[in-house]
Design a protein around this ligand. Sequence first.
Ligand code: UDP
Length: 369
Amino acid sequence: MAKYDFLIVGAGLFGSVFAYEAACAKKTCLVIDRRNAVGGNIRGETWDGINIHLYGAHIFHTKDAELWDYVNRFARFNHYVNSPIANYKGEIYNLPFNMNTFSRMWNVSTPSEARRIIQQQQQASGTEVPKNLEQQAIRLVGHDVYEKLIKGYTEKQWGRPCTELPPSIIKRLPVRYTYDNNYFNDPYQGIPLGGYNQIIDALLEKADVELGSDYHHNRDFWNKKASKVLYTGALDALFDYSLGKLQYRSIRLENRRLQTDNFQGVAVMNYTDRETPYTRIIEHKHFEFGTQDVTWISYEYPCSYEETEEPYYPIGDEANVVLHQKYVQIAKQHENLLLGGRLAEYAYYDMDKTIASALKLARSVFEKH
Ligand code: UDP
């Protein structure tokens, strides 16, 4: 007899939300993770009193009041509003693209002046229906903003020309004809006071957790421990890459402690030129309005997946999406296997979407039983 109702592979946000919902439904869970800590990529550590986002900046934001209430059960959030700065060869612009950006770019002051310039630049480009990221970007914000704030950053981040990237990537960013530097359109936003770990700890409170345990080293051994398995890792690994490898883009973070109370005056500064090898510098203390005498910054270098073996961003082109779907079909043949999360779904998920997906799965599973 299996000891647990569920084996959850991966102690990240998806697996942890599912474990919590399982406990609420009086089901038992064993959660395993190959890392030596829970939390996946939202895990942090406190250095010099500053909460460090170990796997890149995580800013919680959502449109969904239910999800906002859900996370607020486990932590209190501060009033941080993400307003990153773009640094193009020393020229400073506000993000996302808004009247502050346009005014600095063209010395205009009204929305109609900005619209006119963007329209002229759109028309000069002559594209009707954008087929790639470059065309989409020029259509949205014109040629100048594309050249200074998008092209270099995007090509560094994704490691390929903007003409070979899907338009969908850039649709994540708002374009506004108001003087509003809030990076997100969502009505709810903030950073949990004291970091994200407490959320994961609360979600996993009733689960048994085994760390440093790689499922793939002995899947049969782990499978016997539970009646059902929720797998939150990459699907190609689950099926031993039998149909080929899914592609990802990765990042490498270089952390530095500086003997200054304020290095860059903002939590996120994007370096949008092609030559600077990193895409951004995060100054962690500014996520929580820190007043420490020292600061910690992280340089974010985009790199190939092979370099880090950390699958950060799915390359969502057609070939990869089709390959992922084929793996999903194989998974469906396994009756006691559930899938979910950014990796298993091969999705470019923000945290709220990850939670929404975990709650959807939990509801479908626990309402049946
Ligand atoms: N982007 C850009 N310039 C910037 C910031 C973002 O061109 O200064 C583009 C880039 O193509 C990136 C996309 O917008 O891949 C989405 O950016 P977002 O900040 O949402 O990326 P994430 O925070 O998920 O890494």
